[in-house]
Design a protein around this ligand. Sequence first.
Ligand code: MRU
Length: 362
Amino acid sequence: MKVNSTPYRTIWETSDGAVEIIDQTRLPHEFLTLRLENMRDAERAIREMRVRGAPLIGVTAAYGVALSMSHHASDAALKASCDLLVKARPTAVNLRWAVERMRSLLSPLPEGERAAVAWNEASCIADEDVEFNESIGRHGLEIIKGIHRRKNATVNILTHCNAGWLATVDWGTALAPVYAAFDACIPLHVWVDETRPRNQGASLTAWELSQHGVPHTVIVDNAGGHLMQQALVDMVIVGADRVTTKGDVCNKIGTYLKALAAADNGVPFYVAMPSPTLDVNLQDGVAEITIEERSQDEVSYMTGLCDDGQIRRMRITPLGSSALNHAFDVTPARLVTGLITELGLVDADARAIREHFILERK
Ligand code: MRU
């Protein structure tokens, strides 16, 4: 996608054996890139959310393994890197998927071959992510086209958090259909949930939609239900950090409430999911998924651009009040209209998921 008319991916290799990323903690007010020289830089970038979004976390970890192999390619170094990277954030399964793909490819190889193979594989994982998302865009476009045909007016799409190109290598998952429909000249408008506490919607989704020229409006997290009652939302599309084999969807905290409101108002609720986001080991999302608990400070403080042009952090809760910060929630499969995947639209149920993905992988 383009930033001020220049094409960018969110992560790329440099000519001198390092990796560069867009530092997402600085957006929307500053566009800065950050150089990752070694595996620890990659692990820190994921942990500090300089890169975030399930697919991008996975790709960054794969490059982290490659960076590590360039310095030390021993069995011990491979194990230590993979073990550290996999723990950088707990909820997005793409992280474990990418690290285990690297580990199982590299482990049987002689040390001397590991670095070159690791760089090649990390680059394949990045390219695959772009292909999957383009494909999700094409399949999601058909759904948006259908709504536009029936309605014959602007299609209003609500999204939560940031599942756009910043959350992936390019295109995004939930926003790929939006970009495809916008580029196909379908009139559309996006309701952007601000997504407290870190405001990925207000800061990242709004920024990338602006860069592409897509009409959008930022709303507070509690507004979605009201807008659905007023018939101002035609569909919801969100991303996912982990989808279980029976179709339960783990995504940014607040997704579940949007799904409940959508069900109550007859609004279709779609989840964009590339296949690496499926966790073949889990069935019951509520019971089995580890939900990341982040610092209270993310709830108690906000950071923003002040009228004097300075970026400042300020406390918004009383000093004595504690805060709770669960970063994700689980939307049960029964509330999901469909999974928009690179293979097409798949029902969020055990049979359809098994047929499309699990039998396919064997
Ligand atoms: O905590 P974050 O910003 O990494 O959370 C991101 C999300 O919840 C996204 O919706 C999800 O990772 C899908 S990204 C294509």
